[in-house]
Design a protein around this ligand. Structure first.
Ligand code: SF4
Length: 606
């Protein structure tokens, strides 16, 4: 099977058993890889009784056919499970070198079930899997853990997936970390790993991914790399990382301020990517075979840290504009704390900002925060709360449960800016209306990585040929809902291949690469069909896990227009958008289930 290593490693941490199973070709053809294939595997393993932190919840690491090949920017892996933060399908993916290394070690993916009785780590070297004692690793931060695992393997080039304190303490927004400070951040999958007593996975191998037409793939890869010279968005993030979007986001009103309630703030421009490059950048960094190299290494000398991974745009918003921290170095340091402790910066920052708002409204007082004054603009407080959250110390124990839980506990559920209990990232649907449909229908709750309508409507990387043209960013018609659904399907295909979403060579080059790797003779329309099939399968899984149509809503604060800034007076009409998206997917407006016709066209069960 070209494009695949052809086997998946199954690990049961309760029994200590490991076994290898062939990857079913029909599943690979239907769901490709990444979170698509992981969802298909999970379909046979989870239902509404599966405890996200229990032994039966499978933690699935999965690569895709492009990973580890000559295709540029295809060095990612997905990690998936039922989310402890949201209760529905959880998925995250991360770049770096882990995805390719997992394939070179011999596997397309790993499915981990059970619960080890003692801290454990998993070694996979040249196909050989071994469970090892992690007593000496437990308690180490994410960076120390990666270094120690490499040392214990005696493989300085090994790649490591691990958790920090947050994962060990089952913090609901714990990230899975790899390649120093890269994070599979969202939906709390670090807590699933921690609950399994699995501290790390060390990977090393020298196998090669079988490619059907290597010469054709090399030609396509060369063409894609050559064409990057004319890809303005790619050049922009090469120059300033994703932080380079800050200035544009502020202009559009896309970067939420003061817990999503303020349209303008002069200090926000302190967080500009241009300033970051000028004042704090050490160097830029790249994932496996990526000519874009959007990664940043910065520094925070005032805090004694000379190398920080990031910050990304999302971190600058979640730990900057949301809690009103306009000191760039303080935000860089906050991101660093999240990296070493293994926390999702988006959910962590948004939850702290919610606490600021609750404190300001008098809903929280020092009496129930253990004496901590949680005020907007206090960088030292943000740094302190990050540590308390990761260690579940004092009030941090409540923060560790996430925004929805915090707001419910104090009787103000309407205050949490979440969709399906996942904190809304740093893209405001009042700025790009299509994001309202994306958030409401995202398989993992509010997610900007499964339908970037802010990219589409600013002309960045949209697949026009497949019916995703840029348009009016405020439009909330049914047609806009259809476009959003197509972009959501397109990005779900990306998350299956797995290709970085900053690599947008166009439909034809991507199709050529996919066909060259696999030898399949897919047409462009097939790509959209696969994307819709994956979204629909994840939806069916979520309906099984208890999701219902009433959950497809925007949080209250995002339905209120702002009085100034780039979104002034604008609120999207979610109902119109959803009617269009439902029609595009062929889902029933009453039940939320795919109709018979849609299910048949997508070759899915009903
Ligand atoms: S663009 Fe950035 S995130 Fe994407 S593969 Fe390249 S370095 Fe990694």
């Amino acid at each position: 099977m070209n494009g695949y290593m052809g086997q998946v490693l199954y690990v049961n941490l309760s029994s200590g058993e490991t076994r290898v199973e062939p990857l079913p070709e029909e599943q690979a053809r239907a769901f490709v890889g990444g979170s698509g294939l992981a969802a298909r595997i999970a379909w046979d393993m989870i239902d509404r009784h599966t405890d996200p932190l229990g032994p039966d919840n499978p933690l699935i690491l999965m690569t895709g056919p492009l990973v580890g090949t000559a295709m540029p920017s295809a060095g990612r892996y997905s990690i998936c499970a039922r989310s402890p933060l949201t209760g529905i399908w959880g998925e995250a993916n991360s770049g770096g070198f882990v995805g390719p290394q997992l394939r070179f070690a011999g596997y397309d993916g790993i499915v981990i079930t059970g619960q080890a009785s003692e801290p454990t780590w998993l070694s996979i070297v040249e196909g050989q899997a071994e469970l090892r004692d992690a007593a000496a690793l437990w308690g180490l931060d994410a960076y120390e853990t990666q270094a120690r695992v490499r040392q214990e393997l005696g493989e300085p080039k090994a790649r490591v997936v691990c958790i920090g304190a947050a994962g060990e303490n089952r913090v609901k927004m714990a990230a899975v970390m790899n390649d120093h400070g890269r994070a599979a951040g969202r939906t709390g999958l670090g807590a699933v790993m921690g609950a399994k007593n699995l501290k790390a996975i060390g990977l090393r191998g020298t196998a090669q991914v079988p490619v059907a037409h290597p010469d054709a793939l090399r030609d396509t890869a060369r063409e894609i790399t050559h064409n990057l010279d004319e890809d303005i968005p790619a050049i922009a993030i090469q120059l300033a990382g994703t932080a380079g979007y800050v200035d544009m986001a502020l202009m559009y009103g896309d970067m939420p301020i003061r817990y999503y309630q303020q349209g303008e703030w002069s200090a926000a421009s302190n967080l500009s990517g241009v300033l970051m490059v000028d004042q704090f950048q050490n160097r830029n960094t790249a994932c496996y075979r990526c000519p874009i190299a959007c990664g940043r290494e910065t520094r925070a000398p005032s805090y004694g840290v000379d190398a920080v991974d990031g910050p990304e745009y999302e971190t600058l918003g979640a730990l900057g504009t949301l809690p009103m921290i306009g000191d760039l170095e303080a935000v860089i340091y906050a991101g660093h704390l999240c990296n070493v402790l293994g926390l999702d910066t988006i959910s962590a920052g948004a939850t702290i900002a919610l606490a600021c708002e609750m404190f300001e409204q008098g809903i929280l007082t020092p009496a129930n925060t253990g004496g901590v004054e949680i005020r907007y603009g206090d960088a030292a407080m943000v740094h302190r709360l990050i540590g308390m959250m990761a260690r579940r110390e004092g009030f941090g124990d409540l923060l560790a449960e996430g925004s929805a839980s915090l707001a419910e506990r104090f009787g103000v559920p309407e205050l949490a800016v979440t969709v399906n209990r996942l904190e809304v990232p740093v893209h405001d649907p009042r700025a790009f209306a299509g994001m309202a449909a994306i958030y409401a229908l995202s398989p993992r709750g509010a997610c900007h990585m499964q339908g970037d309508m802010y990219g589409v409507d600013t002309g960045q990387g949209a697949p026009w040929e497949l019916g995703v043209p840029p348009g009016d960013r405020f439009e909330t018609s049914e047609e806009k809902g259809r476009v959003a659904a197509r972009q959501q399907a397109w990005r779900n295909l990306y998350n299956a291949l797995i290709l970085c979403q900053f690599q947008n060579p166009g439909v034809e080059p991507l199709l050529a690469a996919f066909n060259s790797v696999t030898g399949w003779e897919l047409q462009a329309d097939d790509l959209m069909t696969i994307g819709k099939r994956i979204v629909t399968l994840k939806r069916q899984l979520n309906l099984r896990l208890g999701l219902c149509r009433a959950d497809e809503r925007l949080p209250d604060l995002l339905t209120r227009p702002l009085t100034e800034g780039g979104t002034e007076g604008n609120v999207p009409d979610l109902d119109a958008l959803l009617r269009g998206a439902y029609a595009e997917y062929g889902w029933d407006m009453e039940t939320g289930q795919p109709g018979q016709e849609a299910a048949a066209a997508l070759q899915l069960e009903t």
